[in-house]
Design a protein around this ligand. Structure first.
Ligand SMILES: [Zn+2]
Length: 451
């Protein structure tokens, strides 16, 4: 295909293929006739070798059909090309797919000889898509979408194949949104016409300061500047949130996205503080249910005597993902008496966290290994002294147990000093824009000014 950019790239039109195939066939006939006339009788023995299968098939045409003069040369063949769309499954190879679909495998071998084809066709991953237009098994065209912006096209050209990679760059547009909460954040998002993903991301940014289930009040509002990814005049999806503001019970939280020169991305307050804390409040999915609180004078359910409960128990069916509460190092992994299968992490600031009664450890959370906040370290279970599957979680500072639910959590790393100026410069226009959007849309919906 000569002009492969534009919508046709993503939704090739079958009729278009048929016309192209027809044109190619007509061209081959013309070529053959030209050769025949020019070279006289000598060509008769050469013909099959020169023009290959196209010529022999076209010569065998039962009835050539006429088409309008503006559409094609006088004669074309009956359209015969068919298209197959493959979606690669695990373990698939091109050779198998070609064999199963009765496609010409010597054509495949020929295509794989092309320089870029080797790079772009050898490594196929499950989910990759490939489409092949063939003519009774002979490859006319092969297309593979390499990524959002690039497509590889292989087109038959006489005896051989031409390959080209076409690009169709996406366009990043900046958009903004503003919403006021009546009952829930999700309803407010719906009213503002914002996607679920975008509002989830917004909640994720402020989740460290705002509990979106318990703390939300009528009149809370949000404003955000975000990216949209467009291609061919169509929106593909939402991109990153660049700046956001959330006003919760009159208290304003702001966050700016910043990517430092080392490609580390985070959200920071206008002052350059990290919006994240160094620790997750609970090392388990959002809004876990507490079944036993931190209690120094608790009566133990199994031993039936006063035994302090030095952590928090979270209801967690066996197999629930358990995450590292903060960046740290695995200093213990194994069986630990009544704790059952246990992991202990050492963090900065002389803090350790402990995760007990696990059914399984994650293979990457081995003793001595470093883990990142939020990284999967194991799965909940009922090992050790327990009445039901749950996660027992402890947080210690300098060896002293603290209540994980109320302990003041340290902030994650702020903007590094060396990137401070860079951050201020990047954040200023975003903050300005945020304020402008907030002001304009607040007036539009006649809300009171925020404090
Ligand atoms: Zn416990």
């Amino acid at each position: 295909m000569p002009e492969a950019t534009g919508p046709a790239r993503r939704r090739p039109h079958p009729v278009k293929w048929l016309v192209i195939a027809a044109l190619a066939s007509a061209a081959a006939v013309t070529l053959f006739l030209t050769l025949f006339h020019d070279a006289g009788s000598t060509i008769t023995t050469e013909a099959p070798k020169i023009a290959g299968t196209i010529v022999s098939r076209d010569l065998a045409l039962p009835v050539p059909i006429a088409v309008p003069a503006e559409a094609a040369p006088a004669i074309v063949s009956e359209p015969v090309s068919k298209r197959i769309d493959f979606e690669i499954a695990s373990g698939d190879t091109l050779h198998q797919l070609f064999a199963a679909s009765k496609l010409n495998r010597s054509h495949l071998a020929q295509i794989l000889q092309l320089d870029q084809a080797r790079t772009h066709l050898q490594l196929l991953r499950p989910g990759d898509r490939l489409s092949v237009v063939h003519d009774d098994g002979d490859i006319v065209h092969l297309q593979r979408v390499l990524d959002e912006e690039r497509t590889m096209e292989v087109t038959r050209n006489g005896d051989g194949f031409d390959l080209k990679v076409t690009t169709n760059p996406v366009e990043v547009r900046t958009a903004h949104a503003h919403g006021v909460i009546d009952s829930s954040l999700y309803l407010a998002a719906q009213e503002a016409g914002i996607s679920d993903t975008l509002i989830m991301n917004l909640a994720g940014i402020f989740a460290w300061d705002v509990d979106f289930v318990l703390d939300i009040r009528t009149g809370d509002r949000f404003t955000m500047i975000y990216e949209e990814i467009w291609q061919d005049g169509e929106k593909l999806r939402d991109g990153d949130i660049l700046a956001a503001e959330f006003i919760n019970s009159g208290k304003t939280f702001r966050a700016i996205r910043f990517e430092n020169p080392e490609k580390e991305v985070g959200y920071f307050t206008p002052d350059g503080l990290n919006v994240k804390k160094a620790f997750l409040r609970a090392p388990i999915a959002i809004n876990p249910r507490v079944t036993s609180s931190f209690n120094p004078r608790r009566k133990h359910p199994v031993h039936n005597k006063v035994l302090p409960h030095k952590g928090v128990d979270y209801s967690a069916p066996t197999g629930t993902a358990i995450k590292a509460a903060g960046d740290g190092k695995v200093i213990f992994r194994g069986r630990k008496g009544g704790y059952g299968n246990t992991i202990i992490l050492q963090h900065g600031g002389n803090i350790t966290t402990l995760y007990a009664h696990l059914s399984k450890f994650h293979s990457r959370a081995r003793s001595g290994k470093r883990v990142k906040q939020g990284q999967l370290i194991g799965y909940s279970g009922a090992t050790g002294t327990v009445t039901a599957a749950h996660l027992h979680y402890e947080y210690r500072v300098g060896g002293v147990h603290r209540n994980p639910r109320t302990v003041r959590l340290p902030k994650a790393q702020p903007i590094a000093k060396k990137y401070r100026n860079l951050y201020v410069k990047a954040a200023a226009p975003l903050l300005q824009q945020l304020e402008l959007v907030e002001r304009t849309l607040r007036v539009a919906t006649s809300q009171p000014a925020h404090q």
